[in-house]
Design a binder for this molecule. Structure first.
Ligand SMILES: [Mg+2]
Length: 205
């Protein structure tokens, strides 16, 4: 491990790993997008930490419980595991600033584009955010990347294609636009290859 920590790829969940279905409120609505498992497996093999960061305001809105979100993540891990892919950590934000029941209705530091989930994961897994990536299907994911000094990649799956048509240039701060998660991973791995060893390593004796 480098002194500065691990590089990570933070993945949005709905529309990036699995199909965007509005609010995912039943397990049988959980369907992997094509190539998602292969992309995650490639990241595992290349030494990247893989962290899911997902806004789940459906909890605040009373559409499902936190226990259900945890069950979705357990199921997702199982499905991916059967295809040799591993998520190192799942983080979710159950809040909403203006909607829902008291204990979930607040301006929290974790709802993307706030960077709270990434900062917490970085501390827990010794992640170097400056060498890390955020992959997602909305400008909100890109803004989250920008706030922690990571590179943001927009995928065309989920809401991605729609946002590409409608978002303003200011919102569209992607380092790259990829067809899907697997294409995003190929871009990340090609970039990691081109960059060669981390310059910080060369300063070490
Ligand atoms: Mg999404």
């Amino acid at each position: 491990m480098r002194d500065a920590g691990h590089a990570a790829v933070f993945l949005d969940r709905d529309g990036t790993i699995n199909e965007e279905v509005g609010y995912l409120d039943r397990i049988d609505k959980l369907r992997l997008l094509p190539g998602a498992a292969e992309g995650i497996r490639l990241l595992n093999a290349s030494g990247f930490k893989v962290v899911v960061v997902t806004n789940q305001s459906g909890v605040a809105r009373g559409l499902f419980t936190e226990a259900f979100v945890v069950e979705v993540h357990r199921t997702l891990a199982e499905i991916l595991g059967r295809q040799g892919a591993r998520i190192d950590r799942f983080d979710y934000c159950p809040h909403h600033p203006t909607e829902g029941a008291d204990r979930y209705r607040r301006a929290c530091p974790c709802r993307k584009p706030e960077p709270g989930m990434l900062l917490e994961a970085a501390a827990a897994l010794a992640i170097d955010l400056g060498r890390s990536y955020v992959v997602g299907d909305t400008p909100r994911d890109l803004e989250t990347a920008r706030r922690v000094g990571a590179r943001g990649i927009l995928v065309r799956t989920g809401y991605g294609a729609e946002h590409l048509k409608t978002a303003s240039a200011g919102e569209m701060t992607a380092a790259h636009v990829a067809a899907d998660l697997l294409a995003a991973v190929h871009w990340i791995l090609a970039k990691a290859d081109r960059q060669g060893p981390d310059p910080r390593d060369r300063r070490r004796p």
